[in-house]
Design a protein around this ligand. Structure first.
Ligand code: MLT
Length: 266
């Protein structure tokens, strides 16, 4: 497993394919495996970098709290370690929150943005309180509490009905994240800033993707985000929920390919 030392921690990553560099940023409580349906299918034309964020999978899990800015700094450190000056950032959900933090801090390192099943707003007071309640449960019950809280909402109704295999595979993979990392990331999400004011300042090509059945970051939010970013276009993925890239990889990959050919990559 290749890894980079960044800011005193170990980040496990993979690089696959040839072409325009795309740094794929996973959501919560997931890992770099999230992007398996993308990296191979897009290998002809895309140099994919996937990484376990701090606190997840095989990467170091120092004590939190984490912040979106810290996650973004880790990714910039990884790009430095790999000699990548500019990349397209593709973030799903929490990965999108991190992509916003990255763009806010290092816009010159960003060639384009793919924002999948994510949102620009901060947590509502109720959502924030739910995160801290879940942190308490994870402290008592371990990572299983996070899996139980998130799994039922991540997959769309079609996948839940037709793909029990995917539901079970996801449960197993989600269990592999340590409690300390889950807690650190929940704190980071609870305290993340609102990015509404950032949207009109985004100057790189942007594509927004959302599963039509996403109940976590629904299509209405994606429409608002697309309207706020100059030139951004929205693609809705049928028969998919919050993990649109896993649930409907063909449609997702086609949208990514079309975007990258416009950016001048694939
Ligand atoms: C994610 O998929 O990363 C999370 O559902 C995001 C969130 O809880 O806000």
């Amino acid at each position: 497993m290749p890894f980079a030392r960044v800011d005193g921690i170990r980040l496990v990553y993979d690089v696959y394919g040839q072409g325009v560099p795309v740094l794929w940023i996973h959501g919560f409580p997931l890992g770099r495996w999230l992007w398996d349906p993308q990296v191979r299918a897009l290998a002809d034309g895309v140099r994919s970098i996937t990484v376990d964020l701090r606190g997840f999978g095989g990467s170091s899990a120092p004590e939190g709290p984490y912040t979106m800015e810290q996650f973004a700094a880790d990714l910039r450190g990884l790009m430095d370690a790999l000699g990548i000056e500019r990349a397209v950032l593709a973030g799903l959900s929490m990965g999108g929150y991190i992509a916003f933090a990255f763009y806010a801090a290092y816009p010159e390192r960003v060639r384009g943005l793919i924002l999948a099943d994510t949102r620009h707003q901060a947590d509502t007071p109720e959502a924030r309180a739910n995160r801290y309640a879940l942190i308490d449960r994870i402290r008592q019950e371990g990572p299983r509490a996070a899996v139980e809280a998130f799994l039922p909402r991540l997959l769309g109704a079609t996948t839940q009905r037709e793909r029990p295999d995917l539901v079970e595979a996801l449960r197993r993979k989600m269990m592999a994240n340590p409690a300390v990392g889950l807690i650190g990331a929940l704190q980071a999400m609870a305290e993340r800033p609102d990015r509404t004011a950032l949207l009109p300042t985004i100057r790189v090509p942007t594509r927004i993707l959302v599963g039509e059945e996403d109940v976590v970051t629904p299509p209405e939010v994606a429409q608002e985000m697309a309207a706020g970013i100059p030139g951004a276009r929205l693609v809705q993925i049928p028969r998919a929920g919050h993990l649109a890239n896993l649930e409907a990889p063909d449609a997702f990959n086609e949208a990514v390919r079309a975007f990258l050919s416009e950016v001048g990559g694939a």
